[in-house]
Design a protein around this ligand. Structure first.
Ligand SMILES: Cc1cc2nc3c(=O)[nH]c(=O)nc-3n(C[C@H](O)[C@H](O)[C@H](O)COP(=O)(O)O)c2cc1C
Length: 340
C-alpha cells in the first residue's frame, strides 16, 4: 500500500496549487487537522498470541449493506476538480472494490451518471435554509437509490480555512443543480439545525435511514439516536470546521459507550492505515471512513487509483488482523488496544 505521504506528494505534483490547498487545508491554524493521525497512534495494539489465523475474513456490513472491508468512502465535494473521472470514477472504484460510497451533496456528477455505475451508496446532505428544497433533495436521493441519508451537523456555517485556495466550482454536472448556482454553500446552509431536524428527516425519509455525521460527544449521540438516527458518525469534518475540536480517535469511546447497541457508530478523520482501522473497530466503530486519501488517489490515477487505495486498505486491515490474532471483524474488541 502506497503511504499516504507518497500519495500527497504525487497529487501535489499534478494538481494546480489552488486545488491542492483546497483539499489539504484545515480550519483555523490546523490544530485539529494535525492532531488526527497522531491520536490514532496513541492506541497501542495488544496482539492475542498465539492464534490460528490461516484465514482472516475482513468483510462486514453497514446498516445491513454487505461490504468487503471495514473501510468506506467519506463524502468530499467537487471531485472533478482533481480528476476528470470525478465522482463517477470514485463510484466505479467503490463498486469494484466492494466498499460503500457516500456522495457529497456538492458532487460534480449527476445522479444519473452515478446510478449508472454505482454499487451501494448513501447521500450526504446539509439541512438548508430552504427546508422544502432539503426535503426535495432527500426525495430525489431516495428515488435514485440512496440507501441512507447522511446529515452533516458540524457546519452551521463554513469555517474559515487556514490556507487560501481557489478552484472552478462550475466543473462537471452538479448533483444538486439548485446548489450550483451559488459558489458559497454557506449562504444556503441553515444555521439553526437542531434535533427537531433530525427527527423531521428521519420521518420524511421513511425507509431510508438517517445517519448523523459530525458528532463528538456521547450526550449528543444519544439524543440523535432518540430523535430517530439509525447511526452516528464521529467526525470533526477532517479538521475543516471547529479548529481545536477533539480528535475523532479520542471522542469515539465516549460515543460508543453512550449509544451502546441502539445504533451503529462510524468514524473518520486521519485514518491512514489498516492499523488505524483496526484501532477504530477495537474502540467500537462499525466502520471507518476515509476522505482525503480518496481524493489524492483519484487525483493521481482516477478510478484505478481509488480502487487500488481501497484494495490496499483491505490488505492492510487483513494483515493487521492476522498479526493481532483476529480472524473476523467480530473478534476485534476493546482488549486489542491500550493507552500508554
Ligand atoms: C476536500 C474535502 C471536501 C469535503 N467535503 C465534504 C462535504 O461535502 N460534506 C461533508 O459532510 N464532509 C465533507 N468533507 C469531510 C469528509 O467527509 C471527512 O469527514 C473528512 O475528510 C475525514 O477526514 P480525512 O480527510 O482525514 O480522512 C470534506 C473533506 C475534504 C478533505
Amino acid at each position: 500500500m502506497n503511504s499516504h505521504l507518497d500519495l500527497i506528494e504525487e497529487a501535489r505534483g499534478l494538481l494546480p496549487e489552488g486545488v491542492f490547498q483546497y483539499v489539504a487545508t484545515g480550519a483555523g491554524v490546523e490544530e485539529t487537522l494535525e492532531s488526527a493521525p497522531a491520536a490514532w497512534r496513541r492506541y497501542l495494539l495488544r496482539p492475542r498470541l498465539p492464534r490460528n489465523v490461516t484465514t482472516v475474513d475482513v468483510t462486514t456490513s453497514v446498516l445491513g449493506t454487505p461490504v468487503t472491508s471495514p473501510v468506506q468512502i467519506a463524502p468530499t465535494g467537487f471531485q472533478r476538480i482533481v480528476h476528470a473521472d470525478g465522482e463517477v470514477g470514485t463510484a466505479k472504484a467503490a463498486a469494484e472494490a466492494g466498499s460503500l460510497l457516500v456522495l457529497s451533496s456538492r458532487a460534480t456528477s449527476s445522479l444519473e451518471e452515478i446510478q449508472a455505475v454505482a454499487g451501494p451508496w448513501w447521500l450526504q446532505a446539509y439541512v438548508l435554509r430552504d427546508r422544502e428544497l432539503t426535503a426535495e433533495i432527500v426525495r430525489r436521493a431516495a428515488a435514485a437509490g440512496a440507501r441512507a441519508l447522511v446529515l452533516t451537523v458540524d457546519t452551521p456555517h463554513v469555517a474559515r480555512k487556514a490556507r487560501s485556495y481557489e478552484f472552478d466550482t462550475a466543473v462537471g454536472t452538479p448533483l444538486i443543480p439548485e446548489l450550483a448556482t451559488r459558489d458559497d454553500l454557506g449562504v444556503w446552509q441553515a444555521p439553526d439545525v437542531t434535533l427537531a431536524d433530525v427527527h423531521w428527516l428521519a420521518e420524511l425519509s421513511a425507509g431510508v435511514p438517517v445517519v448523523v455525521k459530525g458528532i463528538l460527544r456521547g450526550d449528543d449521540a444519544r439524543e440523535c439516536v432518540a430523535a430517530g438516527a439509525s447511526a452516528v458518525w464521529v467526525s470533526n469534518h477532517g479538521g475543516r470546521q471547529l479548529d481545536g475540536a477533539i480528535p475523532s480517535a479520542l471522542a469515539l469511546p465516549e460515543v460508543v459507550d453512550a449509544v451502546g447497541d441502539t445504533a451503529e457508530v462510524y468514524v473518520d478523520g486521519g485514518i491512514r492505515s489498516g492499523r488505524d482501522v483496526v484501532r477504530a473497530l477495537a474502540l467500537g466503530a462499525r466502520a471507518a471512513f476515509v476522505g482525503r486519501p480518496v481524493v489524492w488517489a483519484l487525483a493521481v490515477a482516477g478510478t484505478d487509483g481509488v480502487r487500488e487505495l481501497l484494495d490496499g486498505f483491505r490488505e492492510d486491515v487483513e494483515e493487521t488482523m492476522s498479526l493481532t490474532g483476529c480472524t473476523s471483524v467480530a473478534e476485534i474488541g476493546p482488549d486489542l488496544v491500550t493507552l500508554p
